[in-house]
Write a protein that binds this ligand. Structure first.
Ligand SMILES: [Fe+2]
Length: 275
């Protein structure tokens, strides 16, 4: 009886928390679950469905216990594909620890050489040859978590601005009639490339580069035309006001990890977001 009552209360809380759905209230079990924990200005995105798991990025090294806790709460012991969008420390920092403590079937990475300590540690771990890894050099599709993934690699070996962000792999996910785009830390040049691919519109966008503004962002948001967006950021490193203004002007419902963990629940024809 107590359990039934608790379930009812949880169901009501869940229903009230759904900001992205209209009636009817979604069922308890989504066909795809995406969690984006609050780990500051860093990315770690966990996609689960059909007993499979894809992780995009691994935060900073200090974020490991937060990421581990998130994976454990989801009951994950193994990761089918670990996508590392690029080699900045806020995207690969906890990768060696994750590979040490979880079964990782394969690591997918962009094909360039990083230049920081986190990259050296990552490669040192991978070269031990205990985890399979490969570079994404051409657009690649695969099925996992009950949905279709496409990974778009960067076109160039070097970019005009010297940071790593434009090397970001960009990942598209099609789940039922819903679609998701994870844009890494792509900046102007990379956004120009991906727009040239004409990859279409998406219901959900993980905003590029923690919501930092650049001159291509307006065109990029217009091309993706998302209903929902998540920005990975912190109070100390909030998104640019110009970025938020662009999203607001486009009618995009925005969630920021600085305000707490984010869970996205995918149902056949609708998306629910809890924060
Ligand atoms: Fe980043």
């Amino acid at each position: 009886m107590m359990k039934n009552r608790l379930s009812f209360i949880l169901a009501v809380i869940l229903a009230l928390s759904f900001t992205a759905c209209t009636a009817p209230i979604p069922e308890a079990d989504p066909d795809l679950r995406i969690t984006i924990p609050k780990i500051g200005k860093a990315d770690s995105i966990v996609i689960t469905g059909s007993s499979e798991c894809v992780v995009i990025d691994t935060g900073e090294s200090d974020d490991y216990y937060e990421i581990e806790s998130n994976l454990q709460k989801l009951g994950i012991e193994s990761i089918d594909h670990l996508i590392l969008t690029h080699f900045d420390k806020d995207h690969i920092g906890s990768a060696p620890m994750i590979m040490e403590n979880f079964v990782v079937d394969e690591v997918l990475m962009p094909d360039y050489t990083g230049n920081n300590q986190e990259y050296d540690l990552l490669m040192e771990f991978l070269e031990k040859d205990t985890v399979a890894y490969r570079y994404i050099t051409k657009t690649e599709s695969f099925s996992s978590c009950g949905c279709d993934f496409v990974i778009y690699p960067p076109y160039l070996d070097t970019y005009a601005d010297s940071n790593d962000n434009n090397h970001s792999l960009i990942t598209a996910v099609k789940a039922g009639s819903n679609s998701y785009l994870f844009a890494g830390d792509a900046e102007e040049e990379r956004l120009t490339e991906i727009m040239a691919e004409n990859i279409g519109e998406f219901d959900f966008l993980k905003m590029p580069h923690h919501g930092n503004y650049n001159k291509k962002l307006e065109a990029f948001i217009a091309s993706v035309d998302p209903g929902y967006a998540v920005i990975t950021c912190s109070d100390k490193n909030p998104p640019d006001k110009k970025t938020l203004a662009l999203l607001k002007a486009s009618g995009v419902k925005v969630y920021q990890t600085k305000d707490g963990d984010i869970t996205i629940l995918n149902y056949k024809d609708k998306i629910g977001i809890i924060q």
